[in-house]
Design a protein around this ligand. Structure first.
Ligand code: XMP
Length: 515
């Protein structure tokens, strides 16, 4: 069965949780896409979803200019599941009464289920722990709807209209704080919409390989690889489709982690039958970065230089027609999203100019996928667990972890310190439990003693964060003994460092990187 035939459309009203809804649906093995709430009826018809989910959102139905949808959406014969703002909007459309409450209800709540036929099927207990986050609430039910759950003070917590196959919930089933939320969403997908769980990464591979082959024909493809998950999975997938007509280009920009260039090259070489060109361009990058202290300028210089080196290398390959890039779904949503609450975490190299100059067509085989799906896909394709579970590493590399000027010497310092940080947390079994861990070289010198001598040397800050998507993060409560080992090893083993500090800031208001 076509993996895209069973799909759900999520209409976004700007909720911070919209991407979570999509991830829950995908985890249930049903394909879904997020589109802005005003995507329009013709689009919905041509998209052909088996069900529609209306997300929550920050607006109130009483706001002037609050996002609206046409009533026609409910008459397409497609089941609709509306969450929070979506439910209030549904109530309003069908003539119910929505009440503005003075204060926002935010946090855990308990509701009572009155109807176990559809979305609340098979939940065992009548009592349901849910997560609320809303200002308004439905006071009087709209025409044709009845309550299927209520709160302890008898407010409607969920409603349905069986004829229209329209369901609404006041709470957020997509967040983990609604423990049975997953089951409720699955009931909607499988009981109400009659979807089949066909979205798996092994069937995705077949589908993607076929469409890459169709697009590329007998053409040649190039792909930049960085050692990160996204570019490696892209290369592996495209490689599976076109074999040795793919050439990967790996640019060593001089600001990579210790042993990175060699490791990535060796891993891909060993596991895949593709052509790989490794270019050592570190000198060029250092030359350009000389004297530059401003973080955004560093980013620009590295980005531009990368494109230049990549282009020079690409031109050496005759007859290239395509560029493969590891763009993920969150980046795609960001560009179409309503107000874009789901911010992206990564700035892609701007390849527009390159495509034009070299007359290349872009292939982005991961554009439909979330990060966790990319990892699953990587496993299916046979990439090593080490590669798949790697922490994100910024494109500008160690350059934005060296505050002040980037010199080969300062780069060596932070690289050595970084290697110790990683080695120690891997030894402590903590690597896969955190989002990122790294060392930062500060532009601060301080006094110390070593043996009988007074020193005046550099400071290294150690940063470790937990996060689900990089948009928010908290610092890791690292056991003191691990902290102690990292500190003494850095001071003893890395020349030019006599002080180590631990970063205890969360994001927001800080960022993960220091620059
Ligand atoms: P911040 O520092 O903004 O980082 O909290 C969020 C996530 O993005 C990564 N990051 C970058 N990735 N180019 C990249 O490819 C960049 O310029 C860049 N800046 C930050 C960062 O490592 C974290 O995972």
């Amino acid at each position: 069965m076509d993996i895209h035939s069973q799909k759900i459309l999520i209409l976004d009203f700007g909720s911070q949780y919209t991407q979570l809804i999509a991830r829950r649906v995908r985890e249930a093995r049903v394909y879904c896409e997020i589109h802005p709430y005003n995507a329009g009826i013709p689009f919905i018809r041509s998209f052909g979803p088996k069900g529609i989910i209306l997300s929550g959102g920050p607006s109130s139905v009483f706001d002037k200019g609050a996002p609206r949808i046409p009533a026609e959406l409910f008459e397409l014969g497609i089941p609709v599941f509306s969450i929070c703002y979506g439910m209030q909007l549904t109530a309003k459309i069908f003539g119910g009464e929505v009440e503005r409450s003075r204060r926002r209800e935010y946090g855990p709540a308990t509701i009572l289920i009155d109807d176990t036929e559809d979305i609340f099927h098979g939940l065992r207990s009548r009592k349901l722990e849910v997560w609320m986050s809303h200002g308004d609430r439905v006071k009087r039910l709209p025409e044709g709807y009845r309550a299927i759950a209520h709160s302890e003070n008898s407010v409607v917590a969920a409603m349905k209209n069986k004829e229209l196959n329209s369901f609404g919930v006041q709470f957020h089933p997509e967040v983990v704080h609604t423990p049975k939320g997953r089951k409720i969403l699955e009931n909607f997908l499988f009981r109400v919409c009659k979807c089949k769980p066909v979205w798996t990464m092994s069937s995705f591979i077949e589908d993607a390989v076929r469409s890459i082959r169709e697009k590329v024909g007998r053409g040649k493809v190039i792909c930049g690889i960085s050692g990160g998950v996204d570019s490696s999975v892209t290369a592996a997938l495209v490689g599976r489709a076109v074999g040795r007509r793919l050439t990967c280009i790996f640019v060593d920009n001089g600001v990579l982690r210790k042993g990175e260039a060699e490791k990535v090259y060796a891993t891909l070489r060993r596991n895949f039958d593709m052509k790989i060109r490794k270019v050592d361009a570190s000198e060029r990058f250092f030359r350009r970065l000389k004297g530059v202290k401003d973080p955004e300028r560093k980013r620009k210089i590295i980005g531009n230089e990368f494109i230049k080196v990549f282009e020079e290398e690409a031109k050496k390959i005759k007859g290239v027609g395509f560029l493969a890039q590891g763009t993920l779904y969150p980046d795609v949503i960001e560009s179409v999203s309503f107000k874009g609450p789901s911010a992206t975490i990564k700035s892609h190299h701007n390849v527009g100019g390159l495509l034009k100059r070299m007359r290349l067509k872009l292939i982005e085989p991961l554009r439909e996928l979330f990060k966790d799906e990319v990892r699953e896909l990587g496993r299916e394709l046979g990439l090593s667990e080490e590669l798949i579970c790697r922490h994100p590493f910024p494109g500008p590399g160690l350059a934005i972890r060296i505050l002040g000027e980037v010199t080969p010497e300062r780069c060596r310092t932070v690289r050595e310190a970084d290697a110790i940080v990683l080695e120690e947390i891997k030894n402590a079994g903590l690597y896969t439990k955190m989002w990122q861990a790294f060392a930062v070289l500060l532009p601060v010198k301080s006094v110390g003693v070593m043996g009988d001598e007074r020193t005046y040397e550099n400071t290294v800050a150690v940063r470790m964060v937990e996060s689900v998507d990089g948009m928010t993060a908290d610092w890791v409560r690292l056991p003191y003994d691990v902290m102690g080992r990292i500190s003494s090893r850095i001071i003893n083993e890395v020349k030019g460092v006599n002080r180590v500090v631990y970063d205890i800031s969360s994001k927001p208001p800080s960022t993960i990187e220091w620059e």
